[in-house]
Design a protein around this ligand. Structure first.
Ligand SMILES: O=P(O)(O)OC[C@@H](O)[C@H]1O[C@@H](OP(=O)(O)O)[C@@H](O)[C@@H](O)[C@@H]1O
Ligand SMILES: [Mg+2]
Ligand SMILES: [Zn+2]
Length: 179
């Protein structure tokens, strides 16, 4: 199975230091819906691994989070595309859970869901913790410079990190190199 994993905030949709708390605040980054649709319509399965500490912080509830993801699904449906499994960490930094990135738990959930190892799969993120999580399951760390990505690019990145301006550029490269 051709499987790619995306971080959500700062990769698919615009991020905010005030968190994304409502469907109205959940606004796709230009080209990201089309990029996911290109992947889907090229036979790729697109999963999501996202930290959602806003749940633990009480900024929004799981029904609101689900409504944000329904908005994503509706936008993709306009392009005859679907998003796959969305793994999210509902915990806060102090909960010491096993799923908050940079830990591997969300990626392991996705691997378990699809019964497929993640070795060599692309994990596209905007934060260092995304790239670190990718390394922990031998996935390929891919940084996009949207969201927090421009700042992340100034940091020491894991060896082998691929860097692109945005999701659309990353998908263009992936599809070109996996014809
Ligand atoms: O990028 P993903 O994983 O999809 O989601 C990130 C969000 O959960 C939020 O994560 C928070 O980090 P803390 O959880 O407070 O450390 C902050 O960075 C917020 O700006 C951001 O919206
Ligand atoms: Mg992010
Ligand atoms: Zn967690």
């Amino acid at each position: 199975m051709k499987l790619i994993i995306l971080d959500r905030d700062g990769v698919i949709n615009h991020d905010s230091d005030d968190y994304i708390k409502t469907p109205a605040e959940w606004i796709p980054i230009d080209g990201s819906i089309e990029a996911i649709a290109r992947l889907y319509n090229s036979g790729w399965t697109v999963a999501v691994a996202t930290n959602q500490s806003g749940l633990a912080r009480g900024y929004y509830d799981s029904a609101t989070l689900d409504a944000m993801h329904d908005k994503l699904r509706a936008l993709l449906a306009e392009h005859h595309a679907k998003i796959g499994f969305i793994a999210y960490c509902p915990h806060g930094p102090e909960d010491d859970c096993q799923c908050r990135k940079p830990k591997a738990g969300l990626l392991e959930q996705i691997s378990q869901h699809y019964q497929q190892p993640l070795t060599g799969a692309w994990f596209v993120g905007d934060s260092l913790r995304d790239l670190q999580a990718a390394m922990s399951v031998q996935a390929v760390p891919v940084l996009v410079k949207t969201g927090k990505g421009a700042q992340t690019a100034q940091q020491q990145l894991p060896e082998g990190t691929l860097v692109f301006q945005n999701l659309a550029e990353a998908v263009e490269s992936l599809l070109k190199n996996t014809q």
